[in-house]
Write a protein that binds this ligand. Sequence first.
Ligand SMILES: [Zn+2]
Length: 463
Amino acid sequence: MEEIKVGLEVHVQLVTLKTKLFCSCSSDYRGKPPNVNICPVCTGLPGSMPTLNKRAVEEALKVVFMLNAQPYATSYFFRKTYFYPDLPKNFQITQYDKAGGYPLAHDGSLKLTNGKVVRIERIHLEEDPGRIYYEGSRATAKYSLIDYNRSGIALIEIVTAPDMSSAEEARDFVERLTTILSDVGINVRDYEGALRVDVNVSYAGGERVEVKNVTGAASVEKAVVYEVFRQKTMHEKGIKVVRETRAWDEKRRITIGSRGKEFEEEYRYMPEPDLPPVIITEALMQKVKDEIGGSQEERYNEIVNDGINEELAKKISSDKQLYSVYEKVKFYEPTLKQLAANVLANEISYLMKRYSVKSLPDDVSGLVEILQNYRSIPDHDTAVDYLKKWVEGEKVKVSLQATSVNEIHDDVVKVVAENYDKIKNLEYTKKFEFLMGILIRKFGKENKKVLVEELTKVLSETR
Ligand SMILES: [Zn+2]
């Protein structure tokens, strides 16, 4: 089998941000008239000064941690020079990993569905250029139109090693990444064009061809399939594949030659003098980590390590709220973790769906109370009623119904009577221990408190 190597450069808009990366213009551009969300900074007017959106760094760091990458303590912005009307200042503000520069983060990884680990070389922050519209097709249009609403929107670029060896793996990478992004609230599926991929493909050790601007996982797969087919055909005919940049034609599902590959020196990278370095402090990292609570994989492993079965662990780890409640209950009362896992994965996740509950209460003491008394609650419907109260933020006080306490009392009397011959000559503590053993086996440990009370009462009456 001939070797296929695929590496991806994925551009992700930080869609959770309200404003652009270096100015306070609104980032909500979809469906807006052209050139309404613009200012001197994002249209690159002379003398305008960029200011870094701090929130963008925090959002980007979330992705960094989800992809197990390491942030650099200090990184810098660079100017990447190119002459094209989508960026009127003739350079894009981005980060660079050479010439003394560092990207935001390095050395991450993403595990594919088939278990293969794809290395992530670096992640950096940069600004999105504006959009160019052509009347009709790009080749025949007499003029082009430019909309700068998108210019300056915050992007992160995620660069992988060429570790994928099929079109399916490339597609799976983008799908897995999309899920991870939505785990931290970056729901790129909901925003057209929020995730765009440059796909690098090489076949049988030949030159690497870059297919620019492919949108969506399915198109990434098609672009790789086409490019492998094209390069394989050339290979068989003895034509050398040249290193180049090609465009993806979504309608015809082919790649077309667009321009020779720019080499890095042509971009004339230089440090951006108008922006200070990006400093990532321990405190900032901790703040972001607290906000995300680890990756799903980490959450899953932690729950499984608690001895919870895989099915429950999967369900709880996939929902950050369920996971957070699980953690709190476990901290409160470690012996309740198995019951908590069952109830969270079943009853509580059902209640959240049924009543469209968006957020669970921060205070879990009511839930702990329910769980502690769970076996004494007479039936499942009553238990669900209690849980519903907690989910809806009401105060919960589990009162065992009189009948069930009475039942316990009657049973205690019965147990004492049945064993009277065995216990009558024992001293009090021995007698007590013997009877408690029988009662605990019958009613469970969680009713110990009631049982002790009732047994004390009954024994004092029969003494
Ligand atoms: Zn602006």
